[in-house]
Design a protein around this ligand. Structure first.
Ligand SMILES: [Zn+2]
Ligand SMILES: [Zn+2]
Length: 371
């Protein structure tokens, strides 16, 4: 199954609609009515259940989990009607993938440059790796040695409208298939270069093959300057690079590393890996697994799961909820000053954009750790 999370549509109209589910609907979505799943749910501690059931109060001001607000017809839910997936339908899906002791590693493969300075590139990718390991707590996340665009032998083009370099997703997925280690739960290709899935398409944010546990995603459009007139990734129109001559990628523009870019990258990466477990787009509450049709909608998504999706990932991996929140919080708060362990030069992790998420995690931990 091929899966594309993002398409680009124009804004058509403005409407704000809150998707308000009844407590009963949310209860069934989270706990289910199946006897064995109710039983399984009762194994959570009282504190864990209190946290998960915070979602039932989503209509209250200041609640930990908020209802989904549809801002316009171009938002994901009105643009792509899908069957909602509750915990039960996830649980009984025979095609969903669960990590096992022989397939418990998430591999990250970077393609092309990730920053102007080499050391900063390495650092950025390390942050993504560490974040991913906290987020999918209990699995190990490894970086494969980085590859250049040339090494993937992929097709590329200069987009005739935006005039930026783009690489072909299908070729990258074929490349990843060959690189996928035996013990991989999944392999994820990340690049700062824009992607296209076929000639007739303008672009795509990413593409995944769920059945084979592979995906490739680009952060190019998470650059605040991408849609500006003086975007530095624009090339001269008359430049017509030959296929197979990858010299055009040498020194090609990459987005400056900022806190917003890091936040957007972390969200996209974990959303996409979430799909690898068989979690479909969330329609219950504000959630990292909500579908997104455009950047503004991606930015509205929170960093983490709603209770329904949290239960899905918890059952798939088997972590303790509090330990996972602590790991993510540690990643946000980690000492950013240079230490003797850090290679020189050291770049501080820009986590300003994670401030709201940090406060949110503290509130969740307060509930989980109350005696
Ligand atoms: Zn998606
Ligand atoms: Zn959700």
């Amino acid at each position: 199954m091929l899966f594309q999370c993002f398409h680009h549509t124009e804004q058509v109209s403005v409407l704000m609609k809150v998707i308000q589910h009844s407590v009963q609907t949310l209860q069934t979505a989270l706990i289910s009515k199946r006897h064995d799943l109710v039983e399984l749910y009762s194994k959570y501690t009282r504190e864990e259940r209190r946290l998960l059931e915070e979602g039932f109060q989503a209509d209250q001001l200041g609640s930990l989990f908020q209802p989904i607000t549809v801002h316009s017809d171009s938002d994901w839910i009105p643009a792509h009607p899908e069957e909602p997936q509750d915990f039960e339908s996830f649980y009984r899906d025979p095609y969903r993938k669960t990590p096992d002791s022989n397939h418990s590693t998430i591999y990250i493969q970077t393609i092309g440059s990730f920053g102007e300075a080499g050391a900063q590139t390495d650092q950025y990718v390390e942050w993504l790796r560490d974040y991913c390991q906290a987020f999918f707590y209990g699995l190990s996340v490894k970086l494969l040695p980085p590859v250049t665009v040339a090494e993937t032998r992929c097709s590329f083009r200069i987009n005739s409208n935006s005039c930026n370099l783009q690489i072909l997703t299908g070729d990258l997925l074929r490349f990843l298939e060959k690189r996928k280690p035996k013990d991989a739960f999944c392999i994820v290709g990340l690049t700062m270069i824009d992607l296209y899935p076929k000639d007739s398409w303008n672009f795509v944010f990413g593409q995944a093959s769920l059945s084979s546990g592979m995906g490739v995603f680009s952060f190019a459009r998470y650059d605040d300057n991408f849609y500006s007139r003086n975007y530095a990734g624009r090339l001269r129109k008359q430049l017509q690079p030959k296929q197979g001559d990858y010299s055009v990628f040498d020194g090609y523009y990459t987005p400056p590393i900022s806190s917003t870019l890091l936040l957007r990258s972390c969200k996209t990466m974990t959303h996409e890996i979430g799909h690898m477990f068989g979690i479909l787009h969330c329609q219950w509450l504000n959630c990292v697994m909500q579908g997104s049709n455009h950047l503004e909608e991606s930015d509205r998504r929170p960093l983490d799961f709603c209770p329904v999706c949290l239960r899905k990932i918890q059952v798939a991996i088997g972590f303790e909820i509090a330990e996972r929140y602590q790991a993510i919080l540690r990643w946000i708060q980690e000492d950013q000053s240079p230490t003797s362990h850090q290679p020189v030069p050291h770049f501080p992790k820009p986590t300003e954009a994670f401030h709201t998420s940090r406060l949110w995690l503290c509130r969740c931990l307060d509930i989980l750790q109350s005696i």
